[in-house]
Design a protein around this ligand. Structure first.
Ligand SMILES: Nc1ncnc2c1ncn2[C@@H]1O[C@H](COP(=O)(O)OP(=O)(O)O)[C@@H](O)[C@H]1O
Ligand SMILES: CC(C)(COP(=O)(O)O)[C@@H](O)C(=O)NCCC(=O)O
Length: 290
């Protein structure tokens, strides 16, 4: 890799990364995220080179499926923020690469379907995702289909957005984040992580994640308090203690249970674990050797 292509960033530039406006810790970006970008690029180049040599060896063009990076961790641990930061840094350092970012949240069944199945209170648990659809989607991605559509989930609506879709159009790198990205199915079929070239698990103490969940809940309520059609409208305009209590109960009875039973056990499967502490600072990193 040419020296000029190595990732670097100044505090001014970082402050200008509006899409990741709340990630302003330059030390973490310089000491952790930028070296990680260079590491990921190394792995990306390795895959590309293998793909080219493989086609020559087999005398058959097997194409260049994208380099897929999975990002996992608890609800509200910071997956989407980290994924956005990685996307911005990767695009800025390697402007010639097409990088697509998405979440697996879009593969959760719509609320109506969750209710029909009697699993509305299990949103985020393995059975609340259409895993067959997610597998087909990833198959299409690695088959390099020209334009692949996928459903979108909105935190503000707390539901799948009707009639709105994301598009994957032959990226070089696909960043896919979601609580279920490292989960294994009950039987032996192909799993999401079989498609990954690299995976990251974002980890933190439960009590910290809970505080980030509550902060995000408050932020979403504030944004939507004047939008009568919004899921959070009534909560935001009712007694504050009731809203806080509901969020606390949801954390304790849904997201924390899901974290302990189904998300945290997938941690050891990740290529890299980023452990965060107060203020979202990264205090420990584990890189898998194999
Ligand atoms: N590095 C960070 N610096 C500051 N705030 C962050 C950082 N990462 C996440 N957050 C905040 O923590 C909350 C949860 O983050 P989010 O990315 O939405 O989590 P997830 O995608 O894992 O559910 C959000 O309010 C977000 O703004
Ligand atoms: C859709 C989600 C499972 C995904 O969480 P994310 O990792 O995107 O924060 C989660 O936001 C969720 O809706 N959990 C169910 C309980 C709740 O309302 O928090």
């Amino acid at each position: 890799m040419a020296k000029s292509q190595e990732a670097d960033i100044t505090s001014n530039e970082l402050a200008n990364l509006k899409s990741v406006g709340d990630v302003l810790n330059l030390i973490d970006v310089k000491e952790i995220y930028l070296p990680l970008i260079n590491y990921l690029h190394l792995a990306y180049e390795g895959k590309r080179s293998f793909q080219t040599k493989r086609s020559a060896f087999l005398k058959s063009d097997l194409g260049h499926a994208p380099f897929i990076i999975g990002i996992s961790g608890s609800v509200a641990v910071g997956k989407s923020t980290t994924a956005r930061l990685l996307q911005v840094l990767l695009s800025r350092t390697y402007p010639e690469l097409k990088i697509h970012l998405m979440t697996t949240d879009g593969f959760i069944y719509p609320n109506q379907e969750l209710r029909r199945r009697g699993i509305f209170s299990r949103k985020g648990f393995p059975e609340s995702y259409d895993m067959t659809m997610l597998r087909h989607f990833l198959n299409d991605v690695v088959s390099e289909k020209a334009d692949i559509v996928y459903p979108l989930y909105s935190q503000e609506l707390s539901d799948i957005v009707p009639g709105k879709y994301g598009h994957v159009r032959q990226p070089d790198i696909l960043l896919i984040e979601g609580i279920n990205t490292l989960q294994l199915p009950e039987s032996g079929q192909v799993v999401t992580s079989d498609f990954f070239d690299f995976s990251i698990y974002i980890d933190a103490e439960e009590s910290l994640i809970e505080s980030w969940y509550m902060q995000r809940f408050n932020k979403i309520m504030a944004i939507n308090k004047d939008k009568p059609d919004n899921y959070y409208y009534e909560l935001a305009n009712g007694p504050r203690t009731a809203a806080i209590q509901l969020a606390e109960e949801t954390w304790q009875m849904v997201n924390l249970v899901n974290l302990r039973e189904y998300i945290a056990p997938t941690k050891e499967r990740a290529s890299l674990i980023l452990h965060k502490t107060t203020g979202h600072l990264i205090d420990r990193i584990y890189l898998r050797r194999f």
